[in-house]
Design a protein around this ligand. Sequence first.
Ligand SMILES: Cc1ncc(COP(=O)(O)O)c(C=O)c1O
Length: 297
Amino acid sequence: MRQKIAEQRGVSTESILVGNGSNEIIELLGHAFLRPGLEVVIGAQAFIVYKLVTQLFGATPVEVPMADFGHDLDAMLAAVTERTRLLFVASPNNPTGVANAAADLLKLAEGLPEHVILCLDEAYAEYLDEAPDLSAAIHAGRKVVCLRTFSKIYGLGGLRVGYAYGDPELIALLHRVRQPFNVNAVAQAAAAAALNDLEFVAMCRTENEVGRQVLCEGLTALGFETVGGAANFVLSRVGSGAVVFEALQRRGLIVRPLAPYGMADFVRITIGRADENQRLLSALRELLESGEIASVR
Ligand SMILES: Cc1ncc(COP(=O)(O)O)c(C=O)c1O
C-alpha cells in the first residue's frame, strides 16, 4: 500500500504512513508530539477532532477565529509560541467547506518556525480544482505532514483507510507509535484498487459539482443562505440548526447540526445523488409550509 501511494505521489516509501482512517493519524500525531504544557494552533471552526485529540493528550488547543469561514493563516501563524508543537489546517475545511489558496498554504509551511509541525488535512482535496501542493516544502525539509483519506471521494469510509505523506523523519516517528497491524488487509486491497480508479474520482467530482449547484440554488430559493461548497457538502444558515436537524430526521434525512462548532444557526448538508438532493429540498419546502421549521426570510 505504501509503495503504491509513493509511486502515485512520486515520493519515497519512507514518506508514507497508512492509517486506520486519517483520524487515526491525527491521534498518532498526538501520541508522538503532544503532552501537557504544549500548544496546538487550530481554527475555531476547524474539524473538531484536532481539538479533541489535543485535549486527549493534555495539551492546550489555541483556537484562532476563522476569516469568512476559512482558516486565517496569518492569524494562525501569529498565534504560534515557543510552546506550539502542531498547527492544523484542513483545506477544504469540514464543516465550513472553505479552502485556502495553494500558494498561501505553501507560504505558511515556509514561514513556520522549526519547532512547529504543520499538519495539512487534505481529506477533501480531490474535490478542488487546484489541490494544495506542499511537496516543495517537504523536499526542503520543512516539518510538514499531509493527510489524505479514502473515506470521502473514494467512498470507502467504512473500511477505514487514510494516509499521511510528509517529512520522512516525522513519518518515521509516527510509525513508532502506531500499532503493528493498524490497517487490515481487506481495507488495503480496496484502497490499492481505488487509488488507480481515476475515472471514478473524476465522475464523483463532476456529480458533486452538479449536486452542489442544485442544492445551493434550491436552498437559496427557500430563503436559506449557503456557504462553502469546496467539498462534498454545503453549509446552510437555517435558523435553528437543532430544530431543522430534528425535523429532517423525523423524515429519514440526516444533516449535521453545528452547535458544537459554535454555529447553532447552521446545518451541514452532504451533497447526495440527484434524487437525494431533491428529496432534501422537498422535505425542507414541506417543513416550511407546515410551519414545523421557521422561515429565515
Ligand atoms: C477534515 C477531515 N479530516 C479527517 C477526517 C477523518 O476521516 P477518516 O478517518 O475517515 O479518514 C474527516 C472526516 O470526517 C474530515 O472531515
